[in-house]
Design a protein around this ligand. Structure first.
Ligand SMILES: [Mg+2]
Length: 240
């Protein structure tokens, strides 16, 4: 009997799923805003689960910037220029979610698995946060999708899937449904919308019920035990 090999993309959210960057993004936002507009950033907007491409115009508008959409690219560039600030702040003040490193290592050890990210962070910010804990070494970031690439998270899931399949073109018919692992209902909705299996994890502010209501196919009680996630990964090619 021939056992057919298959590949599977595992797409991690970053903030409050893998790590808590202790306000690094808000720090970079405040610094970039002051630099660009010569006054302090006073108003905040909801960021959890949202893409930076959507957050930035909202934030600029709330803080009295005219033509906020037109200024958003400048602001994103100013954020990218603060990657070192984000990395250092995360390294000094941030924390890894308990079990995140060991779970990533366990996932990395599974045959055929491509571990990457779908995150609301812009690429520069995401890489800065991950590299603060050397997590970038455990992830195939070329197959990921980032919050400065689309306004909506569901588009990021689709973009990551396309990238992974392009990176391994010969195996296009052998891909199992991707897994998205995240801590917010927004992550779960984006996963389902993008055709992925939605795996909620209670490392952040949302509990089992909130993640289930958001559309989670499965909910993990934290990451201290990698085995439940490994079992989901091994389940096979079809969507749950
Ligand atoms: Mg999150």
């Amino acid at each position: 009997m021939t056992v057919r090999a298959w590949h599977r993309l595992v797409l991690w959210d970053i903030d409050y799923t893998l790590l808590d960057a202790s306000g690094a993004t808000r720090l970079a936002f405040a610094d970039a805003f002051h630099d660009l507009f010569g006054r302090p950033l006073r108003e905040q907007v909801l960021m959890a689960g949202r893409c930076e491409a959507a957050v930035v115009p909202d934030l600029l508008r709330r803080n009295g910037v005219r033509d906020a959409h037109l200024r958003a690219p400048d602001f994103l560039a100013a954020l990218a220029a603060r990657a070192d600030l984000v990395r250092e702040h995360t390294r000094r003040h941030g924390t890894l979610m308990p079990g995140a490193d060991a779970t990533l290592a366990a996932v990395e050890g599974q045959a055929g698995i491509v571990p990457s990210v779908v995150t609301g962070n812009s690429k520069a910010t995401a890489v800065a946060k991950l590299s603060a804990f050397d997590l970038d070494q455990r992830l195939c970031l070329a197959s990921g999708a980032f919050g400065d690439e689309a306004m909506e998270r569901v588009r990021l899931v689709r973009l990551a899937v396309e990238r992974a399949r392009r990176a391994l073109p010969g195996a296009s018919h052998d891909w199992a449904a991707p897994l998205v692992v995240g801590d917010t209902p927004e992550d779960m909705r984006a996963a389902r919308g993008g055709g992925a299996i939605a795996v909620g994890v209670t490392t952040g502010a949302h509990d089992y019920r909130a993640l289930r209501d958001g559309g989670a196919d499965h909910v993990l009680d934290g990451l201290l035990d990698p085995e439940p996630l490994i079992e989901l990964i091994r389940l096979g090619p079809s969507r749950a």
